[in-house]
Design a protein around this ligand. Structure first.
Ligand SMILES: NC(=O)c1ccc[n+]([C@@H]2O[C@H](COP(=O)([O-])OP(=O)(O)OC[C@H]3O[C@@H](n4cnc5c(N)ncnc54)[C@H](O)[C@@H]3O)[C@@H](O)[C@H]2O)c1
Ligand SMILES: O[C@H]1[C@H](O)[C@@H](O)[C@H](O)[C@@H](O)[C@H]1O
Length: 336
């Protein structure tokens, strides 16, 4: 059976995880080369995977022996790397966001459509999480009636170095922007983002938390708390309220502990543990499809719509929380 020869660009936290996951855990794929603008980072991952270090990203993308590319570089590099993959007709799995602004994502769509073949999958891995999938099944089966409201929270322990207020939307909230639309199958109609009291735990210049509010075309109201310095744990919550009931995202299950007048369960401290199974399912599916020469899952259009929504949320926040209409363009048949 053929084995997919994969090159990986960006050897930071998730690049290292994905490279090892592909090399040691998943089936039918092999990491053959990695690269990073920081040479030592690439060398470390190459050592872990027993593969070569490529000098540049272009060397990976243009290598005829490499079938497909994983982009795990930092957000602002995604657009150019994906465009380069499309130019070379290479299948590419690009971590979210597809681009930091809608206009970058639009360039990708144009290039992909002109090339006549869908090549891109975006790393919106929440769609592969068991808990979200169970919620969707119940909603689709009509178990809670028509959805009316969605309440979500995206809490990180601490904002990383260099995180900006815009990243809070384009890098963090982007998960909920994509996931919620997929969960309730409705396009967005208007968006708002407001900021109130900032936590004293937040670094200077970062207004944290931020509140996102979205209304869908059918009138479902969505609120999303984005809180990067929540300190207590990596906490992802989602509740959909329907006409006949509610459904909640299950917390990961850990054995309950009773000790020293305390009863409870542990919390994850970061995304790599919280969504470990979702990453495995997502990437195995990408490998299997790519070997068949097809794409499925979140595509460039989904990346574009998410980026468009993020652009307007940032605009709303910067205007003091105005409600902004989102004229969602119609999905081309190419991305159906
Ligand atoms: N789906 C998820 O849950 C999830 C989780 C974490 C990160 N991410 C995404 O994955 C990407 C990487 O995140 P991270 O946490 O690993 O960040 P990181 O900062 O730890 O790693 C990014 C790496 O990319 C390298 N890099 C930057 N530009 C590059 C370029 N042009 N060519 C080659 N290498 C380049 C950096 O040197 C760094 O080593 C980000 O886009 C992030 O949004 C997604
Ligand atoms: O890149 C990461 C990742 O996407 C996590 O899932 C999210 O919780 C973080 O806020 C973000 O910085």
């Amino acid at each position: 059976m053929k084995e997919l020869q994969v090159g990986l660009i960006g050897c930071g936290a998730i690049g290292r995880d994905h490279a090892q996951r592909i090399q040691n855990k998943l089936q039918r794929a092999k990491i053959v080369a990695v690269t990073d603008v920081i040479k030592e980072s690439a060398q470390k991952v190459a050592q872990l995977c027993g593969c070569k270090v490529a000098e540049t990203a272009e060397d990976i993308i243009a290598d005829p022996k490499i079938d497909a590319v994983v982009v795990t570089a930092w957000d602002p590099a995604h657009k150019e790397l994906v465009l380069e993959c499309i130019k070379h007709k290479k299948f590419v799995f690009c971590e979210k966001p597809l681009a930091t602004e809608a206009k970058g994502a639009k360039e990708i769509i144009k290039a992909e459509m002109e090339g006549g073949q869908r090549l891109v999958q975006v790393g919106f891995m929440r769609r592969y999480d068991k808990g979200y999938r169970q919620m969707k099944e119940l909603i689709d089966a009509g178990e809670i009636g028509a959805p009316l409201l969605v309440h979500s929270a995206h809490r990180n322990v601490a904002s990383g170095q260099g995180v900006t207020e815009d990243f809070m939307i384009t890098q963090t909230c982007i998960h909920e922007i994509d996931l919620t639309k997929w969960l309730i199958q409705d396009d967005y109609d208007s968006v708002r983002c407001i900021v109130g009291r900032t936590s004293k735990e937040a670094p200077e210049g970062l207004r944290d938390p931020q509140m996102v509010m979205i209304r869908t075309k059918s009138g479902i109201c969505i609120d999303i708390e984005v809180f990067l310095n929540a300190r207590f744990g990596y906490d992802i919550q989602c509740q959909v309220v329907g006409e006949n009931g509610t459904v909640n995202l299950p917390d990961p299950s850990y054995p309950p502990i009773r000790k020293e007048a305390f009863k409870g369960t542990s919390l994850c401290m970061d995304w790599s543990v919280r969504f470990i199974e979702a990453y495995d399912v997502e990437l195995q599916e990408w490998i299997d499809n790519t070997l068949e020469g097809i794409t499925s899952g979140p595509n460039s259009w989904d990346g574009y719509i998410a980026a468009l929504t993020a652009d307007l949320l940032i605009q709303s926040r910067d205007e003091g929380g105005t409600e902004i209409k989102l004229n969602t363009p119609e999905r081309p048949v190419f991305y159906a």
